[in-house]
Write a protein that binds this ligand. Structure first.
Ligand code: ZN
Length: 246
């Protein structure tokens, strides 16, 4: 019995050691794995703590500027809808792209935050969509779209119908038009920023539209039930210019 107990204790301490290794790099939005600790969780996350071009920010008092419109060339797409434990992410088919400041960025995926990560003039929105694009040189461009509570959104409904309630992936819907998730008004904010999740790399050209789209309270509530808070807190602007094309 004594030796059996000894083995059990040894086994348990091994468990703890491997659990500690597994938790290295694990991040979340609350407590010891939360945004204040991201930089400590992995040396690759240094920018989360030391970076001076971090996202999200409060989009307030932009410098009015002549900024070229974003040219959206998005086709219909079949989606793979993934619950990755941090958000619901819809991976899109190859072929859709946007031209931003004369450079081609391919649309890879869009995902959701609740509440919004950016604020507009000090005000958060219930949700925010991020359309993540990548260029051939490895830089990213993200289009942000705020979601306000209002009429139900059919395209959101199609994604919500298949989104997994725990970690996992679902295929379908078969055909949606991601462009239906863009607002009619195309006034936008532009600034140089980062990923809003570890490793917080400062490689993102941000474009956030001023006009929100609408989703119903039930649709927002369905996402909030899965992700009560997956928004990084606001970061400082530091020595950056926030531009507005309006
Ligand atoms: Zn995001």
């Amino acid at each position: 019995m004594r030796s059996a107990a000894g083995i059990a204790v040894a086994g348990c301490s091994l468990c703890l050691a491997s659990a500690a290794r597994a938790s290295r790099g694990h991040w979340g939005y609350e407590g010891e794995a939360g945004p204040d600790h991201w930089a400590e969780l992995d040396e690759g996350n240094a920018a989360c703590g030391l970076g001076r071009q971090q996202s999200p920010i409060d989009l307030d008092a932009p410098v009015r500027a002549v900024v070229r419109d974003v040219e959206i060339h998005w086709g219909d797409s079949k989606l793979a809808v993934v619950n990755n434990g941090h958000t619901i992410q819809a991976n899109t088919d190859a072929g859709s792209y946007s031209m931003i400041a004369g450079k081609r960025f391919d649309l890879k995926q869009f995902h959701f935050h609740h509440p919004s990560e950016h604020h507009i003039a000090g005000k958060p929105f219930p949700m925010e969509i991020h359309f993540v694009h990548a260029a051939a040189d490895g830089t990213l461009a993200v289009l942000g779209v705020m979601m306000a509570e209002g009429a139900a959104n059919d395209t959101i409904g199609q994604v919500w119908d298949v989104m997994p309630s725990s970690k996992g992936e679902a295929s379908g819907p078969d055909r949606i038009a991601p462009a239906h998730l863009l607002p009619a008004g195309r006034a936008f904010y532009r600034y140089a920023g980062s990923l809003t999740t570890p490793p917080c790399s400062e490689i993102v050209t941000w474009t956030v539209y001023d006009e929100p789209i609408e989703a119903s309270g039930a649709q927002i509530g369905a996402f909030a039930g899965l992700f009560p808070n997956n928004a990084r807190p606001l970061q400082k602007l530091h020595r950056r210019f926030l531009l507005g094309n309006f």
